[in-house]
Design a protein. Structure first.
Length: 94
């Protein structure tokens, strides 16, 4: 799957999915600040997508996802909630 923008909690997040639809899902969360999922997917998608359903996002405020406004609060709980909504959107149980 080429990258797509999906709506998650009022922000558009960039997401890529690679690998077998029936394989165990793995969500890759990049470091930061400011890093994206680009490097990981560039180098690892071929290596890992045979055995895993590889999912990656640019977290809110990072590169291809919507920016976080200066006055907008953002903390670790927001990242957790974004991931939870992404899980539900993709239909994964856990």
């Amino acid at each position: 799957m080429e990258g797509v923008l999906i709506e998650v909690r009022g922000k558009r997040l960039y997401m890529e999915i690679h690998g077998n639809e029936n394989a165990k899902p793995l969500l890759y969360l990049h470091g930061g600040p400011g890093e994206s999922c680009y490097e990981f997917m560039l180098h690892q998608k071929k290596r890992l997508s045979d055995k895993l359903r590889l999912i990656s996002i640019d977290q809110r405020g990072v590169w291809r996802s919507d920016a976080i406004k200066e006055e907008e609060p953002f903390n670790l709980q927001d990242l957790v909630e974004d991931c939870e909504q992404l899980r539900k959107h993709l239909g994964f149980q856990k």
